[in-house]
Design a protein around this ligand. Structure first.
Ligand SMILES: Nc1ncnc2c1ncn2[C@@H]1O[C@H](COP(=O)(O)OP(=O)(O)OP(=O)(O)O)[C@@H](O)[C@H]1O
Ligand SMILES: [Mg+2]
Length: 302
């Protein structure tokens, strides 16, 4: 069994599914489905890794209210170690309202505790205790935008423990840390829009290669129903069976969990990418998070 240290954002997601249209100011619209989820990229990736039978330890920042307790307990019940999650009393846990509207998603987020946390202490984590480090939702977690995160990633990289980074795309002053981090990152796992934007290059393949030239070992570009691209020496597409998503919240994080699991299991980049595609597809065709996780767990048992 592998241990993955997950750093990132803890967010409680209030997900409203099947929304026909967004409410106008002053108006009420009724949603046919709803779920409160202990998510954020770190939350989704951690529960995905645990569903696959790994032993993730998560480091994030939460508040001291009941929603923070719910976030922690949900992940602990799934088999994750939350001992390093810090609780602050100045802010509640980050919260987001997600509207699922056709194939569109919109979020309204309050950053709360993720914006109030202190930097990680790089000395607190011995790379020898882990098989991988996953930095998830980097642009959503301001406490990570410091030299301390770079130092932690460098220590893991030097020890030969792979570092995976998923930025997502959220506003803030994180780019200098991102650029310093890249040389320690073995797997930069981002989506197509993020790749173009991070590299400031409209051609996707050129964007991925620019990020590899900037230091990333392999750039894995998630591309929705087209699967993903692997960019290292060349460009390889790993396609998937397109489906109509009922809920693609966390799709990228469940992909990351599957990709890392397969890599830690010694699989090739292509096989790991195909497994990431499959985990994400199982997740997005179901609404309740418990059903997503049991579907991911069953493909691992195949
Ligand atoms: N319609 C679809 N059919 C099949 N697979 C899909 C579909 N949409 C997404 N996926 C799978 O989910 C993966 C991640 O989705 P996407 O490319 O949207 O990443 P992302 O933008 O990082 O996700 P997130 O919004 O969770 O951050 C894709 O690489 C693909 O494997
Ligand atoms: Mg993403």
């Amino acid at each position: 069994m592998s241990d993955v240290l997950v750093l990132g954002d803890a967010i409680v997601d209030f997900v409203f599914g099947g929304v026909e249209r967004y409410p106008d100011p002053g108006e009420e619209v009724i949603a046919p489905t709803y779920e409160l989820r202990p998510g954020g990229s770190a939350g989704y990736a951690t529960m995905g890794l645990a569903a696959l039978g790994l032993c993730p330890s998560v480091t994030a920042v939460v508040g001291d209210g009941v929603l923070s307790t719910h976030w922690l307990e949900f992940l602990e019940t799934r088999g994750a170690d939350t001992g390093d999650v810090r609780r602050v009393d100045s802010e509640p846990i980050s919260a987001a309202v997600a509207f699922l509207h056709g194939s569109d998603r919109s979020f309204l987020t309050y950053r709360g505790a993720s914006g109030a946390g202190r930097p990680v202490d790089p000395g607190a984590y011995d790379p020898a205790d882990y098989d991988a480090l996953l930095i998830a939702g980097f642009t959503q977690a301001p406490y990570l935008w410091t030299e301390a995160t770079v130092e932690l990633a460098e220590r893991f990289d030097r020890a030969g423990v792979p570092v995976a980074l998923d930025t997502n795309r959220s506003p803030g002053d994180w780019r200098p840390t991102f650029e310093t981090l890249l040389p320690s990152v073995e797997y930069l796992v981002i989506n197509d829009e993020e790749a173009r934007w991070l590299a400031d290059e409209s051609d996707l393949s050129a964007a991925g290669h620019a990020l590899v030239d900037a230091g990333a070992g392999t750039c894995v570009v998630k591309a929705g129903e087209r699967g993903c691209l692997l960019l290292r020496d060349g460009t390889r597409r790993v396609s998937t069976d397109p489906v109509d998503a009922v809920d693609d919240c966390g799709a990228g994080d469940f992909f990351n969990a599957g990709f890392l699991d397969a890599r830690l299991d010694g699989r090739s980049l292509e096989v790991a990418a195909a497994f990431g595609n499959r985990c994400a597809r199982e997740a997005i065709t179901r609404f309740p998070v418990r059903e997503k996780l049991s579907a991911i767990g069953s493909i691992r048992d195949d």
